[in-house]
Design a protein around this ligand. Sequence first.
Ligand code: RB5
Length: 148
Amino acid sequence: MKIAIGCDHGGFVLKDSVIDYLKKQGLEVVDCGTYSNDSVDYPIFGEKVARLVAKGACDKGIVMCGTGIGISIAANKVRGIRCALCHDEYTAKMTAMHNNSNILAMGGRVVNPEMAVKIVKTWLDTPFEGGRHINRVNMFTDIENREE
Ligand code: RB5
């Protein structure tokens, strides 16, 4: 599985731990930056990850900013993206089960690196439940198709 990773300076604190974890699981990582604590604009990195996932170049994505909010909004602007902002293992599990989220967002000023790794593990290890959730997830696409 290939995972795209992106963050701004606020999410940078989580990046190394998340990448280390993914590599230890034998997953391929595409690092879209940023590469330092210098201030950058989070929409750039949210879009880079989202485009890779939307076109199928990566299977899933992980995005991080200070709160996780801005970069998740940016990722969700790309058609086909279901980016879920998670703060704990419960939200990570539920979004994998019910929303079939294809990008995970976290905040570097909200969770510490240890919690971020637990969230990533839970999100990746939890399968989509399907069933009644399939129609609901398809309704996201319906919304995109109704765009004026
Ligand atoms: C950057 O200071 C901060 O605004 C950003 O990382 C993120 O929290 C935005 O939602």
